[in-house]
Every structure is written in C-alpha cells, then in structure tokens.
Design a protein around this ligand. Structure first.
Ligand code: ADP
Length: 474
C-alpha cells in the first residue's frame, strides 16, 4: 500500500493542511493499492504565495537558463522511466504500448519546449516601439487522470519556458503516478517555489486555484462541463485561460481507402488509451457505397483486439480508470441502444473471462445518425459510432457538424485528396493516413474543444503578453 501524505510547496514535500483522504485502486483488479491525503484551500493559499514569491526571479531568467531547467527536467524523467511505467501500469492500467509512449512523451515535452524557447522572439520591434513578451505571473494548472504524466509535464514546461511559476492540481485518482513524477521533477533542482503541486479534489483545491486573485492564468485539461465552471470562476479576476477539452472526433474513411490500412488506423484512433482520450476518433464516417464491407471489417477486427491485463504485451485495451467511469460508459451503451442505434459488437458488461477489473467491451454502434447523443457527446470510453455519408461534401459536413473541434482523421489512398478534405475540417489537428504523433504540432481545439493552443511557440504565445515601449525619435 502506498500512502501519499505530502504535497509539494516551495521546493519541499510537506504535510498538507487538508486532512481528508482518498483511496487509490488498481483498475485491473479493483484492489485498493494506497491512499492520498488531500490538500485544501489553505494549501492552495500557501502554494500560490510560494509561487508568487518565486515569480520575479523566474521572470528575469534568460532563455539559456530556462532551456537548462527544461533539459534537467527531461533528464530527471528519463532517469526513472521504469518506475514511471510501473506506476502508470498499476494505478491506471494502461496497456504496455501506451505506458511506454506516455513516459517517452513526458520527457520529450521538456525537450520540445526547450527548442521552442531557443527560437522564440521574446524581444521584438513593432513600428518604432520595443516589444517584450512577458510572463503573466503565477499559473494555476488543473490536469486529468487519463494522461497524468503528460499533462503535468506539459503545463510545467509551458510555465518554465515562459518564465512563469506554477501551482498544479493533478487528478486525485492518479496520486501514485503524481508522486513518482514529482520525485523526478524535484531531482531537477528548480528554484524554490517555481513548481508547486497540491493534491485535492476539483471542487475544493481546483476551485480555490481558479478563484485565487494572485493566479494570473489557468491552464486546464479536462472535460468541457468542468471548464465552464472554471471559466465562470476565472472571470471575476480576469484570468487568462488555456483550455484543452473534450472531443467527438470524426474519422473519415474516403471511398478510395485501402481497408487493409484504414481499418486498423480507424480502430487505433477510436480505441486509443482504451477510448479514454480527448482525441479519440469516436465517429467513424463511412461512404454508403462501401458501408457493408467496412462494417464487416470493423466488426471482425474489433473482435480480434485483445482486452486484458496491462502486463500482457498483446493487450490493446485495458480497464477503464475507475468504477464510476465504468458505470458511466455502461450508461452510454444503454443510451445508444435506446436511441435506436444498432449494436455491431460489444455491449454492456465485462468481456468474457474478465470478471474483475473495470474492463468494458470494445463497442461499435452502426445506423447512427449525427443527431443522436452517442454521436454528439463525449463518452470517453471504447464506444464508437459508425455514421454513413453520401459523398465527400456530405462527409465534410457531418464531420464539421459538432459542438467540438479537437481532432479529425482522414483515410484515403490518395494523399492529395485527403489533404484537400483536411483543409475543410474544423479541427485543431487533422491526422492523415495514421501519421505518427507530432510532439511539435500545436494542440487544442475549436468550439467547445477549448481555448488557445499548447505546444511550442503557440503554447508560449498563450502564456505571454506583449509590453510595448514607445521610444522617441525613432
Ligand atoms: P475527468 O472526467 O477527466 O475527471 P474533469 O473535467 O472532471 O474530467 O476533471 C479534470 C480535472 O479538473 C481534475 O483534476 C478535476 O479534479 C478537476 N475539476 C473538476 N471539477 C472542477 C472544478 N469545479 N473546479 C476546478 N477543477 C475541477
């Protein structure tokens, strides 16, 4: 049993003022594996005060100093990659292919930001004025459980790159992962107060952070409903916001697609991270002329995907993160049936042979119309909807007919055609023919998928604001 009983404030692991605790489970076995002592509003107050004290010196650091800090963070994460993978496997249950990627990506987040800082023009001219891009002050970050390491690292990287200081409230369900990552970050030896992490719940610690008058910017990754509460609270003190939220991303299979290549990509995009991904391609748009052939392939290949323990290297889909999320996904499967969608494969309950653990069956609905709730709302689990379209224009119209706009996928034998379609999609990122992850591409969404962009110079722009000094006689 892991007992996490410290928060991280002003460069030290300290006992929080909050006294409540939260139990931690292994989602693949449902067994308790530890507990975390939760912080409260007083801990937020102390953490923000530490970050505020550290801000002036951090804001004055040179680009070279920030790059050196980012490199130290990268190296500290790499040094304990094995421990990070083990924590993520036990507490989150992600399959091996995903834990390996996630830890590598966490380290590369710091590397990518270091490169962006090197190239970023902090000093500019506009007209006859000298313009300096300035950090805003203390940043408050709130992160979810579905990629705990990656999001903490990304928020911290943006803070360091911009010369800000940060207080992070991670998801309390991921406290063991947070603890191991935090031990790495501590090793990097950042100046005291630059990084602070307070475990706690959203309504208590998260909302204390969003309401705090000394927090200048909130960077949040999570659900759209939570973002709306945060946005209302941040309004009072005019906080800047960077929001990376939900999606209902379309995967457009064009009528010329080679199905041997396209079907595995569509399923990987939809079932990535066991479906617990904001970028999941959860609406599969298929040409009506090839509908039956595609649906048959989707069914066959989904039923071949191995669901099971994260320790098994052949497993593609692990358990859902917690019991209440499992219940929620079950409810969504019932909603799909009640709305009149046809169950192609999967359904309610656990997969055969997995009596324990929060495993859900990879589920696909057909005969879905784009007006159904299963096509419009984010499920955040392994539940996909197949929607037929008539022609390319219809596919684009259906893809764009969404409250979201985070990511889209286009599959075609003709890359030029796929590119033409991609250019008509309202999405923060469009992935063509299963292109690999690009850690340097801007990330964020249109519409209710978010506000602002993260990564590289786009991410720095959101964390900085210009001060123009007007000079006489120029
Ligand atoms: P998820 O379903 O991924 O938990 P949420 O949006 O509920 O999505 O949670 C993402 C993060 O936001 C978590 O750290 C959570 O504790 C936090 N959070 C939830 N509600 C609030 C709130 N009202 N104010 C601030 N943070 C919140």
């Amino acid at each position: 049993m892991r007992i996490i009983d410290k928060v991280y404030i002003d460069g030290a692991f300290v006992t929080p003022h909050g006294t409540k605790s939260f139990e931690l489970f292994n989602p693949a076995t449902e067994e308790p594996i530890g507990s975390v002592r939760l912080g409260d509003a007083e801990d937020v107050r102390l953490a923000v005060a530490a970050a505020k004290r550290a801000f002036p010196a951090m804001a004055r650091t040179s680009q070279a100093e920030r790059i050196a800090m980012l490199h130290r963070l990268r190296d500290a994460v790499k040094a304990r990659a094995g421990d990070l993978v083990a924590a993520m496997t036990e507490e989150y249950g992600a399959p091996a292919y995903f834990t390996g990627f996630s830890v590598q990506n966490t380290a590369s987040t710091f590397e990518v930001m270091a490169a962006a800082v090197k190239d970023y023009a902090f000093e500019r001219t506009a007209g006859f004025s000298a313009v300096t891009m300035l950090p805003l002050g203390v940043v408050g970050a709130i992160t979810p459980w579905n990629s705990n390491f990656g999001f903490i690292a990304s928020k911290l990287a943006h803070a360091i790159g911009s010369g800000s200081t940060i207080v992070i409230k991670p998801a309390e369900q991921s406290a063991i992962q947070t603890q191991i990552l935090l031990e790495c970050l501590h090793e990097a030896g950042l100046p005291k107060g630059v990084l602070n992490i307070v475990n706690g719940t959203g309504p208590e610690v998260g909302s204390a952070l969003t309401a705090h008058p000394d927090v200048a910017l909130i960077t949040f990754t999570g659900s759209t409903p939570a973002a709306k509460i945060i946005q209302r609270s941040a309004l009072e003190t005019m906080k800047r916001l960077v929001l990376e939220l939900g999606g209902k991303s379309p995967t457009i299979i064009l009528d010329d697609a080679d199905l041997d290549a396209a079907i595995p990509v569509a399923l990987m995009s939809g079932f990535a991270n066991s479906g617990q991904a904001c970028v999941a391609g959860s609406r599969i748009l298929v040409p009506r002329s090839r509908r039956d052939e595609i649906v048959a392939r989707l069914k066959r290949e989904t039923e071949q995907l191995k669901v099971g323990l994260p320790s098994d290297p052949d497993v593609r889909i692990g358990p859902l993160a917690n019991a209440s999320h499992w219940e929620r996904v079950q409810r969504w499967i019932r909603i799909g049936r009640e709305e009149g969608a046809t169950l192609l494969t999967g359904g309610e309950g656990r997969p055969d042979g997995l009596e324990r653990g929060w495993f859900a069956k990879p589920t696909i609905f057909t005969d879905v119309t784009n007006t159904m709730r299963v096509a419009r709302e984010e499920i955040f689990g392994p539940v996909l909807s197949v929607i037929p379209y008539e022609d390319e224009a219809d596919a684009i119209a259906i893809a764009n007919d969404s409250d979201f706009g985070l990511q889209a996928y286009v599959l075609s034998s003709d890359e030029g055609r796929a590119l033409r379609v991609a250019r008509q999609l309202v999405a923060g990122r469009v992935v063509i023919n299963g292109a690999p992850h690009d850690p340097r591409a801007p990330f964020g969404g249109f519409r209710q998928s978010g506000l602002g962009r993260e990564i590289g110079s786009y991410g720095l722009d959101a964390f900085l604001e210009p001060r123009a000094v007007l000079l006489p006689g120029r």
